[in-house]
Write a protein that binds this ligand. Structure first.
Ligand code: SAM
Length: 230
């Protein structure tokens, strides 16, 4: 024992907080990030051969979750938050060692930084390792998992006129696909599954440096109310 892991890089992502991050990667293709490599891996040699690779596996630390969890069973949000399953049957963030894994799209490499999309990673996430996705080994045509058989069904996302204009203005300023990011993340229905939303209740989250506010005019429908700089 006595292994010690040092991060090889740090994620700079659109997700300033944990709330409203999709539960898995690639559910929000507009969720972008850059991966900054740390010395001694911040040299071109470490990336040789990645040209032409479309996706990467990232192994990372759930740095904003508890660690050293000894719980044998967890209550995944996906199952409504009240059904327990074994920790090793879940992708819960609270686990014995706080290690996560995500497959993300590699959109390019600029000045030694990896440009990524489809991420489900909080800003500041430490990256322990980067591995190329290997289609023949990693894509398993007949794989099955009854607890997560299909992606969550998206819900409808509408806009108040003013909110849509605000989002488009912030999108131009940021040079990032903010409108699509909001639609894709909110369509995952970020509120806890056990909450029955009442139309008077407002929810909010920060993407990049903008606050996004919404409410639920109906249980399966979101309306974006405002998109304003922090
Ligand atoms: N794809 C990864 C996996 O399977 O290991 C993560 C799955 S986990 C269910 C996804 C959640 O992790 C996101 O909804 C987000 O709230 C949370 N998360 C992402 N980055 C995190 C971090 N650095 N620390 C703590 N929680 C994080």
């Amino acid at each position: 024992m006595g292994w010690q892991f040092e991060p090889v890089g740090i994620i700079h992502s659109c997700f300033a907080e944990k709330f409203a991050i999709p539960r898995q990667p690639l559910l929000a293709p507009a969720a972008t990030a850059t991966l900054e490599l740390l010395p001694p891996f911040d040299q071109p040699e470490a990336l040789e051969g990645l040209e032409g690779v479309s996706h990467l596996w990232l192994l990372f630390v759930f740095h904003a979750a508890g660690h050293g969890s000894k719980h044998l069973r967890v209550r995944p949000p996906r199952l409504g938050g009240n059904q327990r399953i074994g920790v090793f049957a879940s992708r819960a963030t609270h686990r014995p060692n706080p290690i996560g894994q995500s497959v993300v799209r590699l959109d390019g490499i600029v000045d030694g930084r990896l440009l990524l999309s489809g991420v489900d990673l909080l800003d500041g996430t430490p990256i322990l390792d980067i591995k190329p996705y290997v289609p023949y080994a990693d894509a398993i045509a007949d794989a099955h998992n009854p607890l997560a058989a299909a992606p969550p069904a998206p819900i409808a996302v509408d806009w108040h006129d003013v909110a849509r204009e605000q989002a488009e203005a912030q999108q131009r300023r940021l040079g990032q696909p903010l409108v699509a990011l909001i639609e894709q993340c909110l369509a995952q229905d970020p509120k806890p599954a056990y909450q029955t939303p009442d139309a008077g209740r407002e929810y909010g989250v920060r993407f990049w440096d903008v606050n996004v506010r919404w409410h639920y005019p109906a249980p399966e429908r979101i309306c974006v109310l405002g998109v304003e700089p922090v």
